[in-house]
Design a protein around this ligand. Sequence first.
Ligand code: AKB
Length: 319
Amino acid sequence: MKKVLVTGALGQIGSELTLKMREIYGADNIIATDIRKTDSDVALSGPFEILDVTDEKAMFNMAKKHEVDTIIHLAALLSATAEKKPLLAWHLNMGGLVNALESARELDCQLFTPSSIGAFGPTTPKDWTPQDIIQRPNTMYGVNKVSGELLCDYYHHKFGVDTRGLRFPGLISYVTPPGGGTTDYAVEIYYEAIKNKRYTSYIDKGTYMDMMYMPDAIAAIINLMEADASKLKHRNSFNVSAMSFDPEQIAAEIKRHIPEFVMNYEVDPVRQSIADSWPNTIDSTCAKEEWGFKAEYDLEKMTNDMLLKLRLKSLLVTA
Ligand code: AKB
C-alpha cells in the first residue's frame, strides 16, 4: 500500500483507519473520500475529496487522478438501516462495491472491503462458526455481504485483482459512533454510562454476538493488506473476532467501574431478530494461521480504555 483511496472515510472505521494509515504511509498518500465533508481530522489532515461511490465514472476518475495502488472501500449501509431501506442498501452496498472492483481491475489496484458476521444466517452453526460454512442470511445486509464476498472472489479468480476482506464483528470505538448497526448497543452503552449512569438496551439478555475494539480492527486491516499473498488460502473474507458477550456481561463489566450503573431492556424486534440470526461466536483460526491475526483487547481491557477515553473526551468538550 503506497497510495490509497479510502471511500466512506468519515464513517466509523474510515475515520480511524485513515489517520492510522496517514501516520504509517504519509498524509499525502492517503486520499480520504466521502459523500459529505466535515471539519474533522480526516478532512483536515490530508487530501480529502467528495465522492459518491454509486457514480462509476467519478470513482474511476478519482482513483486515476490520484494514481492510487490500493482502494479501501468502506462506504456502505449497516444492518439495521439496510433492513429499513433494502433497495437503497442494494443500490449503495452492491453498486458501490462493483464500481470499486471495476476501478481496481482497470487501474491494477489492491482492494479491501469489509464483510461482517452478518454474512451468516439462521442455518449457520452458531458456536465457533467456522471459516467455510453454510451462509444463507435472511437480511438485506447479509445478502449484500455474501454477494460482496463472492464478487470479490470472482474478481480475484477471473481478473487477478488482489481482493482481501474481513468478516468484522461489532466494532467498538470512542472516536466515531457507528450508525444503523445491530451491534451499536455495545458502543452506546459506554456513552450513556458516562453521561447518565444508565442504559436501555434494545438487544435482549442472553444474546451473544462477536465484538472487537477498533484498534484491533485497524491493525487487522493493515496486517491483512500487507500479508504475503502466497500465504493466503482465503481472501474474501476472513472470520476475525476478539470477544463475544451478551448485554448483561458488558453491563456487569461497566458496573465494576461505575457501581451505580443501571441497565434496562426495551427490545427492538427488528434488531433482535437480526442479532438472533447471527453467530454467538466465530472461529478466527484461518486468519491466525494465514496472516497472523491477533487481538489485543478483551472485554475487560476494552472497557478500561473506553471509559478512560470517553471521560477524557467529555472533559475536553466541557472545558
Ligand atoms: C452491524 O451491526 O450492522 C455491524 C456489523 C456487525 O456488521 N456492526
